[in-house]
Design a protein around this ligand. Sequence first.
Ligand code: ADP
Length: 282
Amino acid sequence: MKKTTAHRVQTGLTPLKNIKNIIAIASGKGGVGKSTVTTNLAMVLSQQGYRVGILDADIYGPSQPRLLGLSGKPEIVDNQFVPFISHGVQVMSIGFLIAPDAPAIWRGPMVTKALIQMLNDSAWDNLDYLLIDLPPGTGDIQLTMSQKIPVAGSVIVTTPQDLSLIDAKKAIMMFEKVNVSILGIVENMSTHVCSQCGYEEAIFGSNGAETLTDQHKVPLLGQIPLLSAIREHSDKGVPVVIAEPDSSSAKDYQKIAMSLIAQLALQKKDYSAKFGSLKIEQ
Ligand code: ADP
C-alpha cells in the first residue's frame, strides 16, 4: 500500500480525519465525460496502491452506480453509510439514497445539505484520495460545496468545443473566487478515433484546452480521445482501465492520474494531523 500526505486546504477548512486529500472533479457543462474521468482516475490511483474513494454528488444525473455496475442501498452501521466497494475503490452515490426525480423539486440549499451530509455520514475507511464527482455547472450548489468541503484541489473536465470551454472558464473562475486550487484541466473527447480504420479527427476542434490553460496559467493534465471502447465498457459497468489495463486509453488515464498527483504534491502539505490539539490553560 502506498501512503500519501495530506495537502493543505487553501480555503482554511480543517481536513477530514479519515480522508487525506479531497479532489473535486468539475465541469462547466454536462455530458463532457466528467463522471467517466472520475471513475477511471479513481481506479488508476487504486491500481497504483492508494486508498481511494468516489463520492458521486452529481445529484441531477448520478452516473457512478451505472459506470460501476452497482445498485441497491448502502448498509448503515453505527448511523453511517457503508460505501460500496468496486475494484478496491470505496463508492458512495447520491443515486443510492434518493429517488431519481426527487432533486427536481429540491431547492439549492437542500441539495447542498444532502450532499455534504452524504460526505460526512459515510464511513470512509482511511482514504488517501476522495474524488468528488460534482454536479455540472457553476451555480450556487457547486459554489457552496467548494466553500464548505475541505477540498485540496479541483480538476476541470472539458471538451475542446467552444461551448464547453466557455463554461470550463466559468468553472475556473468559480474555483479562483473561492480560493480552491485548480490542479489542472482534462480535455476529454480531444479527437475521435475511428474503431474501424484508426483515423483520428478533431471533431470538436483543436487547441481549445491549451488556450484555456495558457490564459489561466493552469496545467493541462492530459487529453483523452473519443473512443467507442471507453463508452462500451462504461455502459457495461466496467471502467476501461479495468477492462483493458494495457490499452492506449488506460495509459491516457494513468498519465493524467500521475500528473494530478504531481500537481497535488506541489501544494503545501498539511501537518495538523501530526500534532495533538494544543490547549493553553490560563
Ligand atoms: P458527464 O459526467 O460529464 O455528464 P459522462 O462521464 O456521463 O459525462 O459521459 C457522457 C457519455 O459520454 C457517456 O455515455 C460516456 O460513456 C461517454 N464518454 C465519456 N468520455 C468518453 C470518451 N473519451 N470516449 C467515448 N465516450 C465517452
